[in-house]
Design a protein around this ligand. Structure first.
Ligand SMILES: *Cc1c(COP(=O)(O)O)cnc(C)c1O
Ligand SMILES: [Zn+2]
Length: 419
């Protein structure tokens, strides 16, 4: 379980990070490449001692997630190459989608604009910066696709080797957009949960491999806080009333909430109640099922959905998602694959943003939450759109296409437009 790479015994510079704390029993250990509590096997989380952080400091920082480096487990001189780093993606006022959904004030956080077109670039950038400090030399992951892209690309840019494990059934676009970076890409005959188990086994064998979401997971997960920070900063240093977040492992949702709480505690925004909603595809909805059943534990499921980037049947952070949505008076809801495709098309038609299936899940879930009265249509709402539709073309390929195919004559075009 515990991997201690060479350099972790020497002085570490992980910025404001001070220790790892067990989320279950509170047991603390020094910063290292550990992810499970030795006392109770609970997940470890980064604990911090923040200095004074001002809005002006952040605003003067790089136009990427590194503007928040004083709040992340990375060295204070983290290598913040301009233009190649993730984050500070656009927050779009989505008036036309708002009208279609019948809500007053709606924003879309468009994370398709990251270097490999999904929010995973955020978590990988933080994992890589921490892994370098911890003495690792190889970047690795089990992935449902977007993480594979992000790890392979970040390793290529850093001059690191990468080892990426994917289920062999993965969308062709996600296979190609990983393979092109020329790391070691291994397709495994099995589903994501099989691939994840394999990664845990390999992490124990290879001391110099940083599996971003396994042995350096506590650092990796912190990268998602930047989504919460950016939403608050881009709203003009205030929190939204409601946010809808897609749920795979659940890390992103819990960290967006953590980001909002930290900004409040640091006085960067005024504290106020906000509600966090989780979105899943019905074909892989273990957290939604547990929420609806009023349970605290999440029973694993076998995924069967087109939303493969969210297809984690045994979500590590499931119970913490339940805590966060219940504490904030939110909810978790799920939608069918047909609704997912409708969600993709609705966002494209109204806002000109082409999201992958996870984005379809978020939009369709928001619609369902509104239609069922769970989401307040009069409250300011933010939807997290976390990945690009170009990666999941197969989800829409049989549903859309040219209106007509005509000979090169103006009359034929006119006729096609009239019919
Ligand atoms: C991985 C992923 C998520 C969810 O991430 P978790 O932190 O595992 O819940 C959401 N959207 C996209 C596009 C992803 O690739
Ligand atoms: Zn513990």
């Amino acid at each position: 379980m515990t991997v201690t790479a060479g350099a972790s015994t020497t002085a570490l510079d992980l910025g404001p990070a001070r220790a790892l704390t067990c989320r279950e029993c509170g047991h603390q250990v020094p910063l290292a490449a550990e992810f499970a509590c030795a006392e109770c096997f609970g997940p470890l989380e980064v604990a911090y001692e923040f200095g004074d952080v001002t809005r002006a400091d952040i605003e003067a920082g790089p136009k990427s997630i590194w503007r928040y480096r004083q709040l992340l487990p990375v060295p204070s001189d983290v290598d913040a190459h301009p233009n190649t780093e993730p984050g500070l993606t656009r927050l779009v006022k989505a008036d036309r989608l708002a009208a279609a959904l019948g809500v007053k004030s709606l924003w879309v956080k468009d994370d398709t604009g990251n270097p490999t077109h999904s929010f995973k670039d955020r978590v990988v950038a933080v994992a890589l910066a921490a892994a370098r400090q911890l003495g690792f030399t190889v970047l690795a992951c089990p992935s449902t696709g977007n993480l594979a892209n992000a790890v392979a690309a970040a390793a290529a840019r850093a001059g690191w080797e990468s080892v990426v494990l994917i289920p062999s059934s993965l969308e062709r676009a996600k296979v190609l957009t990983t393979a092109v970076y020329d790391g070691a890409l291994i397709a495994v005959d099995g589903n994501y949960d099989d691939v994840n188990r394999l990664a845990t086994e390999l992490a124990a064998e290879h001391e110099d491999w940083a599996f971003v979401n396994v042995n350096v997971r506590p650092y990796y997960a912190e990268g998602s806080k930047s989504l919460g920070y950016e939403v608050a900063e881009q709203l003009g240093w205030r929190l939204p009333d409601q946010v809808v977040v897609p749920v795979a492992s659940g890390a992103q949702l819990t960290k967006v909430d953590k980001g909002f709480r930290e900004f409040t505690e640091l006085g960067l925004v005024e504290g106020k109640p906000y509600r966090v909603f989780g979105a899943q595809a019905t074909g892989c909805s273990p957290v939604s099922a547990a929420y609806k059943a009023g349970q605290d534990v999440v029973s694993p499921v076998k995924p069967d959905t087109i939303a493969r980037s969210l297809a984690i049947g045994a979500p590590a952070d499931g119970p913490y998602v339940l805590d966060a949505v219940r504490r904030t008076n939110g909810a978790v809801e799920d939608v069918s694959d047909e609704e997912v495709v409708e969600g993709i098309r609705l966002l494209a038609r109204t806002e000109g943003i082409f999201a992958e299936t996870a984005g379809g899940v978020t939009v369709a879930t928001a619609k369902k939450l509104i239609d069922t009265g769970q989401l307040d249509p009069d409250a300011e709402t933010v939807l997290l759109i976390t990945g690009d539709g170009l990666k999941t073309l197969d989800a829409v390929q049989d549903k859309i296409g040219p209106r007509a195919t005509v000979p090169p004559s103006a009359a034929a075009v006119r006729e096609a437009l009239e019919s």
